[in-house]
Design a binder for this molecule. Structure first.
Ligand code: ADP
Ligand code: MG
Length: 280
């Protein structure tokens, strides 16, 4: 690992950078991107935390945290029973940690919906992380929040806590459907809860070049979202879908496959964008 990644990639930025992976559609690649972008960022020297905010817990599983090991989860963090630090576990990837979720999260909406601070629970939990770890460096430089497939209170908590939103879009016919609803929600959160919230970018996932329609979708999304769309497109790759059943990110499962290589490119692109933001 090189010396401090902070000095190079995040100079002048608030640390950690908090990115919410959000799209109310299921199956578009949020969790896959949280796991593999997190791994790729860690591989290039960042210190990364994935916060699993989906009751399904797929990010936790894909990062090798079996259900019986989820003693403290994001559920207890959001109810206020536990600090976020108590939920965090290291993964097999050096520099990558996860705060796992459990099915209990399904009940959170009912449990805290009457509380005034219901939308700020995650933000407060993140603010409570220690600013430095034992080596004097911040414990995390990037925090990726894996949202559930809904614009519910969990996603609102993620948006209220984040610096920016990263939107995975699947290269399929209905890719843009629902995007305006998501953008509207982001705008509402920006005006009511979190004025610093921005759209970091849109990542096109599961691209199959043999499918003519997929090429058209890429063109449409680029036209609609302009430079917000990352240059990197994540290809559909069977290795990516196999990896979670081994409890591994695809970068550990098969570093050479096209999916792994694409997530490494996406990580560099994100860091590049961060540098531009910091310089602006
Ligand atoms: P979401 O979190 O948005 O619901 P997932 O990340 O769980 O979406 O992805 C949905 C499904 O698609 C999963 O089975 C996942 O393994 C598969 N998948 C995601 N990205 C790819 C890819 N690039 N190539 C092949 N399969 C993928
Ligand atoms: Mg998911």
């Amino acid at each position: 690992m090189t010396s401090s990644p902070l000095s190079s990639s995040l100079r002048g930025q608030r640390i950690p950078r908090i990115l919410a992976l959000a799209n109310q559609k299921g199956g578009v690649g949020k969790t896959t991107t949280a796991i593999n972008l997190g791994t790729a960022l860690a591989a290039i020297g960042e210190r990364v935390l994935v916060v699993d905010l989906d009751p399904q817990g797929n990010a936790s599983t894909g990062l090798g945290i079996e259900r019986r090991r989820r003693i403290v989860s994001t559920y207890q963090v959001l109810t206020g029973e536990q600090d976020l630090a108590a939920a965090i576990q290291e993964t097999a990837v050096p520099g990558l940690s996860v705060a796992p979720s459990t099915m209990d999260l399904l009940g959170i909406e009912l449990e805290i919906s009457q509380q005034r601070d219901r939308a700020q629970r995650l933000r407060r939990a993140l603010a409570g992380l220690p600013p430095r770890s034992e080596d004097g460096e911040p414990p995390f430089t990037y925090i990726l929040i894996d949202c559930p497939p809904s614009l519910n209170l969990l996603t609102i908590n993620a948006l209220a806590a984040a610096d920016a939103v990263l939107v995975p879009l699947q290269c399929e016919f209905f890719a843009l459907e629902g995007l305006s609803q998501l953008l509207k929600t982001v705008e509402q959160v920006r005006t009511s809860l979190n004025s610093r919230l921005s759209i970091h970018g849109v990542v096109l996932t599961m691209f199959d070049p043999r499918n003519n329609l997929a090429n058209q979708v890429v063109a449409d999304v680029r036209q609609f979202m302009g430079p917000k769309v990352y240059d990197t497109v994540i290809p559909r790759n069977v290795r990516v879908s196999e990896a979670p059943s081994h409890g591994k990110p695809v970068l550990l499962y098969d570093l050479k496959c096209t999916g792994s290589q694409a997530y490494l490119r996406l990580a560099s692109e994100i860091i590049q964008r961060e540098r531009m933001l910091a310089a602006a």
